[in-house]
Design a protein around this ligand. Structure first.
Ligand SMILES: [Zn+2]
Length: 505
């Protein structure tokens, strides 16, 4: 039997921490549910002491999500550990994750502490954490730049103090694969009690090597990999879940380990993160990019028709990509009823309540009236929008009207509903109809925000394709993103912008 590598997902902690990826509590729960479907071994749900929001989300996820272990991050101090434990203790399998930097750069500039003082803190706090929870992960922050003999000393001491997992992170994305592998091999050779703990990797992608470094650690004995969906994370991001998992699956002949991931949930997870964060994925991104399984060159297509293995090392089906995603088959049309629609939602993995199903069905009917073929992608966009809006958005769109042209100043009139009130905003300024509509909404809602990003993409092919607009705005130093979909791009833009406003509120 192959050794198992644990997948520790930190999309909700390290991923969410990156600028612009902030998620609401509802969104975090949706992500956690998807992570449970993926069957990850550990969900790092947040950094409880960093904010009340983080505390709440770790606590809620601990109470609601069954299956994976739930981890919360804490600095190596008692008050962090107490707060972390408070958030985690209701989980069926909680894990306290404490971290302390060990590299000379961090010791000297961040802590102004000597090696032995850092070691003492690490041991004392591991013992303290272990007195609360049997499942302790200790991270030697910036391990990749730590002196090897000192690193081995810390690892041995924290295992003796009760750490059940020791993480050896490349926090700054500095390591080379062979070098990082040697570090792990060195620990296995020089730490006497190393088999009493699981050795873990946490690699950042600053040099594009996070996945390679993680695999190199696995080959040298690491049995946990810390990852994020779509490689989300600070700077260039974390090791990407989908890449490392599919590398292990596809090349288990040489890596000789396995994971418990249900790979068919990879694509739905990737799409969920794109939609929630508004962070697009490059078309040529491995595994989940739009082009990852498209074969354009004639000679490749010829080979593919003869046998898919000629140019394909993985099956798109294994990742949860369906033929419709690649622009094929018809799914539903105008005459599909409530039953067929609901069944399709279930097949696509959505669990919606009756109100949400009815809202989605109404939008589906409207869309089916406008276009003949409704693809899975269209349905996903509808669901994203229906669930993204949340239970009670403050404002909803009633009417939009605008005039515009290359020789005229755009004018827009917007009517928004707030409860039973109908509010109207009018402008005759702006750089175009979209800008005019945004300004009219600002007028009604009295929100001050700055548009920092606007992007539009076509969800499916054809002239009457659904357009999906993602808008990012900055308000009081915080970044918010919103998504809207419609066959009319101006309406999609208005929905996305209003989505941001509702989030600010
Ligand atoms: Zn990190």
């Amino acid at each position: 039997m192959k050794d198992k590598v644990k997948i520790f997902d930190t999309t909700l902690r390290d991923g969410e921490q990156c600028p612009g990826a902030t998620m609401t509590l509802d969104e975090k729960i949706r992500v956690a549910r998807q992570l449970a479907k993926l069957n990850v071994d550990v969900i790092e749900a947040g950094f409880p002491i960093s904010s009340d929001d983080d505390f709440e989300s770790v606590k809620t996820i601990s109470g609601e999500i069954q299956g994976p272990e739930i981890a919360g991050l804490c600095r190596c101090v008692e008050k962090d550990i107490n707060r972390g434990w408070e958030a985690l203790k209701n989980a069926s399998n909680p894990r306290l994750h404490i971290f302390l930097a060990t590299s000379p750069q961090h010791r000297e500039f961040k802590f102004k502490k000597a090696q032995n003082e850092i070691l003492k803190m690490a041991v004392e706090m591991t013992q303290y954490a272990a007195s609360l929870c049997p499942n302790i992960e200790f991270s030697t922050e910036d391990a990749a730049r730590t002196e090897l003999s000192y690193l081995a000393e810390v690892v041995e001491a924290v295992i003796a103090a009760g750490a059940t997992t020791v993480n050896v992170p490349d926090t700054v994305g500095y390591a080379m694969p062979w070098q990082y592998g040697e570090t792990i091999a060195y620990l296995f050779k020089n730490v006497k009690n190393i088999n009493d703990a699981v050795i873990s990797t946490h690699c950042h992608n600053d040099l594009g090597l996070a996945v390679a470094n993680s695999l190199s650690a696995v080959v040298n004995g690491a049995r946990q990999v810390e990852v994020a969906i779509n490689g989300l994370g600070e700077r260039a991001g974390n090791c990407s879940l989908e890449e490392v998992v599919m590398a292990i699956k596809t090349r288990s002949d040489v890596i000789n380990v396995e994971t418990s991931i249900n790979t068919k949930e990879i694509m739905p997870a990737s799409k969920l993160i794109r939609q929630i964060t508004g962070f697009a994925v490059a078309p040529n991104k491995a595994i989940v990019g739009d082009n990852a399984f498209r074969h354009e060159a004639g000679i490749h297509q010829h080979g593919m028709l003869a046998n898919r293995t000629t140019y394909e090392i993985m099956s798109p089906d294994d990742i949860g990509i369906h033929p419709e995603d690649l622009g094929g088959g018809l799914v539903l049309g105008k005459h599909s009823g409530h039953h067929a629609f609901k069944k399709r939602l279930e097949e696509l993995g959505y669990e919606l309540n009756e109100t949400e199903v009815n809202r989605a069905l109404k939008q589906f009917k409207d869309l089916a009236d406008k276009k003949k073929k409704v693809y899975d992608e269209d349905i996903r966009a509808i669901i994203d929008e229906v669930t993204n809006v949340g239970a009670k958005p403050t404002y909803t769109i009633d009417t939009l009207s605008y005039t515009s042209g290359n020789k005229q100043t755009p004018e827009a009139t917007v009517k928004l509903k707030k409860g039973d009130e109908l509010l109207e905003g009018k402008t005759s300024t702006g750089d175009g109809p979209v800008d005019a509509i945004f300004q009219a909404m600002n007028q009604i809602t009295n929100i001050e925000c700055e548009l920092i990003d606007y992007s539009i993409r076509s969800v499916t092919s054809g002239r009457e394709a659904l357009g999906e607009v993602t808008v990012k705005v900055k308000s009081k130093e915080k970044i918010y993103s919103g998504v809207g979909a419609s066959t009319d791009v101006i309406e999609a833009s208005a929905k996305a912008y209003l989505n941001c406003i509702n989030r600010i509120l």
